[in-house]
Write a protein that binds this ligand. Structure first.
Ligand SMILES: [Zn+2]
Length: 235
């Protein structure tokens, strides 16, 4: 793998964005793509935590907003992402997850990439209807004793309703998984992301995947699409 240079013979970079509603399985797919194509999975949350822990300038700025209970502004986030994309392991590409969330962030990302003499390869959208998202998330039940004991009322029910198979503790629904909460998150998702989807569709970058299928099927479909994209980039 050659160093990034002017038209070097390195691997064709895959600069990807992953979009989809909560409950679409983005995390699972991102991990698999990371393994398939050896590109880092860059999530906004992870970057924030890492930069704050490092005590970098941007991390310090972000921390002041977080400590004040405020949202970290776009320019701080985009600064962190620009730094992260410039690191060695992202030379052959990256998979952004959780960013951009709206059109302004998309514009900022575009500028940052141009500044690095790079551009997006594709935007991968995992589509799941709202009712399916609600069914997936609202059906989750968590053990009060050990939150890693997770069940689902339809897909993975415990032997006895409301009771953990492993330790007999009570199973509860987390506040985040309540239907009202999920519907609110979906509203925000649609309001912010639909213009973004239109934006990338218009730019010819959008690829849609049917998130109602099994994680294995979704993965096979995405992997085939991304492999084809890389071939097309080589031509
Ligand atoms: Zn348990």
């Amino acid at each position: 793998m050659g160093k990034a240079g002017y038209g070097g013979q390195g691997v064709i970079p895959l600069n990807l964005i992953l979009l989809g509603p909560p409950g679409a399985g983005k995390g699972t797919q991102a991990e698999r793509l990371r393994e398939d194509f050896a590109i880092p999975h860059i999530s906004t949350g992870d970057i924030l935590r890492a930069q704050v822990a490092d005590g970098s300038d941007l991390g310090g700025k972000a921390k002041r907003f977080m400590d004040a209970g405020e949202l970290v502004p776009d320019e701080v986030i985009i600064g962190m992402i620009t730094v992260r994309i410039g690191e060695g392991d992202a030379r052959d590409g990256f998979l952004l997850d959780g960013f951009p969330r709206n059109e302004q962030q998309a514009e900022a990302l575009n500028e940052a990439l141009s500044g690095l003499d790079r551009r997006l390869t594709a935007v991968l959208l995992i589509e799941v209807p709202d009712e399916e998202v609600v069914r997936r998330l609202a059906g989750r039940r968590v053990c009060v004793k050990n939150p890693s004991h997770i069940y689902h009322v339809d897909f993975d029910p415990p032997k006895h309703e409301g009771v953990c198979d492993q330790d007999g503790a009570r199973l509860v629904q987390r506040d985040d998984d309540r239907e009202e909460t999920i519907r609110r998150r979906l509203e925000i998702y649609h309001a912010q992301t639909e213009p973004l989807i239109g934006h990338y569709d218009h730019a010819g970058l959008l690829r849609r995947f049917d998130g109602r299928r099994s994680p294995d099927e979704v993965h096979a479909h995405i992997r085939a699409t991304v492999a084809t994209l890389r071939l097309e980039e080589e031509l």
